[in-house]
Design a protein around this ligand. Structure first.
Ligand code: G6P
Length: 491
């Protein structure tokens, strides 16, 4: 990894709140880099591979200015945040206001004017960092809800650029979005892009509806016509602006995916296969292994699925000597109060179920609150019989797609919440409403008892879907939507 203080101008720039690697101080005081959590990074990494590009993002530590460094042909540009900015931009506005609001208020969003001010300041810093590394007429691709103001800020700084924004999480109904005291500013920020991309058709349509209600721009699906001199606040009832004084913003659907070939390669290595066999042995060769793999987040519906599993044990439909639930919950946003509370709740629930139904050396739920390696994750996918992906709301959920990609043996059953973006594509999964505990119990039993023929037919169809909608196709379709380049204005 080569360190330097300057990055040459590049024509492909990704901006995300997090860099794909987090800085961690090592035991010896040396800076170490570890892969950051979450689906965004997993999806974008293959798109960046082999390109001359820059990636602008926060390295995960407060008050630690770091130098730009390069790896292969990607230049990583760290954006620093103070302790207060981490608390107010990242933990506050991003993850205690926008995240819960956009995930259907599963927990109550908090609205604080100080957080909003810091969100603006930090968004401006990201915009400036991107503006400094993008070449004339280059493409900047802004990612996700932490940076919704960056597209417009960047347009002001660098009108020559082509700007894309992709939203990885749900975009809420306009009623919920309307709760945001800064709803006009957010829409103004997003509409600074040439293309605003969403996971599902309903997300794109929710945003267009929010635009109609809150700023009243004219539109013809999927195009929104934004006045060249757009300002906030704007009266949504003011007359539409003539077409010559507007620019077009495409608000459309681009469901994200993953690099199936790379996952197949990893999942078919001898060591991963051997580890999968060893995992089943370590679990005591149970009849059915259920698996959940999530960041520890209240949107993931972990407690709902454990409740369903616990009830099946209580009724005797499942027996802890024969069925085990492996729940991996990777640590996430641990200083945000709702996440602390969630951890306590889940760990209490796991303890209760294990206390009541486990046997010596055979817990009913094997719960891990830790990060595990990609290899171990693949081995778990291969070791399980039933993969349980039951979020209450999720933009896409790449775990569902990863599991499917890893199962080259066409075995294993996917139980999938209808409230994930993935449900729009993976229709051969056993679909559940995670709020319907009885429905989920039925699906668990159906999955555990499914005939090998049916499981294999379903898995083959799921695999074909994921293979066809590869992450490269996602990136290409987004980039095609942003091109052809607009004529370069004189600067
Ligand atoms: C989700 C979000 C990403 C985020 C990731 C991890 O996938 O869409 O933007 O990076 O979670 O969350 P964190 O707060 O650790 O960055």
């Amino acid at each position: 990894m080569a360190g330097s203080t300057r990055t040459p101008p590049v024509d492909f720039v990704v901006v995300s709140n997090r860099l794909p690697v987090d800085a961690k101080p090592g035991a010896d005081g040396e800076q170490q880099w570890v892969t950051s959590p979450g689906g965004l990074v997993a999806a974008l990494q293959p798109v960046m591979a082999g390109r001359e590009a820059a990636w602008v993002g926060w390295p995960g530590l407060a008050d630690t200015p770091l130098e730009t460094f390069s790896l292969d042909r990607t230049h990583y540009v760290p954006v620093s945040m103070s302790e207060r900015e981490v608390a107010e931009h990242y933990e506050g506005m991003s993850n205690a206001t926008i995240w819960p609001l956009y995930h259907d208020v599963i927990v109550a969003p908090q609205f604080h004017r100080d957080w909003w001010e810091t969100y603006r300041v930090v968004n401006q810093r990201f915009a400036e960092a991107a503006a400094a590394v993008a070449s004339e007429g280059g493409f900047v691709w802004v990612q996700d809800y932490q940076l919704q103001l960056v597209p417009q800020m960047l347009r002001v700084l660098r009108p020559d650029l082509r700007i894309g924004y992709f939203h990885h999480i749900p975009f809420p109904s306009s009623e919920l979005f309307g709760q945001l005291p800064w709803r006009q500013e957010i829409l103004h920020g997003l509409l600074g892009a040439d293309v605003v991309g969403f996971q599902r058709a309903v997300d794109a349509s929710n945003m267009r509806q929010a635009v109609r209600r809150n700023v009243g721009y004219s539109m013809k699906k999927p195009i929104v016509r934004v006045p060249l001199d757009a300002r906030v606040p704007r009266d949504p009832d003011s007359p539409p602006v003539t077409a010559s004084k507007t620019r077009e913003v495409r608000v459309d659907v681009f469901p994200i995916s993953l690099d199936q070939a790379a996952i197949v390669e990893l999942a078919t290595t001898d060591s991963v296969r051997a580890r999968a066999t060893a995992i089943r042995e370590e679990l005591g060769q149970p009849g059915t292994v259920f698996l959940g793999v999530d960041r520890l987040d209240y949107t993931k519906g972990i407690s709902h699925r454990l409740k369903a599993f616990g009830e099946l044990l209580a009724e005797g439909t499942l027996e802890a000597s024969d069925a085990v639930f492996v729940q991996l919950a990777s640590p996430s946003r641990e200083r945000v109060e709702s996440y602390r509370q969630l951890r306590d709740d889940i760990e209490l629930q796991v303890g209760r179920i294990n206390g009541e139904f486990g046997h010596l050396g055979r817990p009913a739920i094997v719960y891990l609150h830790q990060n595990i390696s990609r290899d171990e994750m693949m081995a778990l996918y291969l070791a399980c019989d039933v993969m349980v992906v039951t979020p209450l709301r999720d933009g896409m959920n790449l775990v569902a797609k990863e599991f499917v990609s890893a199962r080259t043996d066409n075995k294993g059953v996917l139980v999938l919440s209808e409230f994930t973006g993935a449900a729009d594509e993976l229709d051969q999964a056993l679909m559940v409403n995670p709020h319907d505990i009885d429905g989920m119990k039925e699906a668990f039993v159906q999955a555990a008892n499914m005939s090998p023929d049916e499981a294999s037919t379903r898995m083959a169809a799921l695999r074909a879907t994921v293979e066809e909608h590869d992450v490269r196709r996602w990136a290409t379709s987004f980039l095609d939507a942003v091109t052809p380049p607009r004529p370069k204005p004189r600067r």
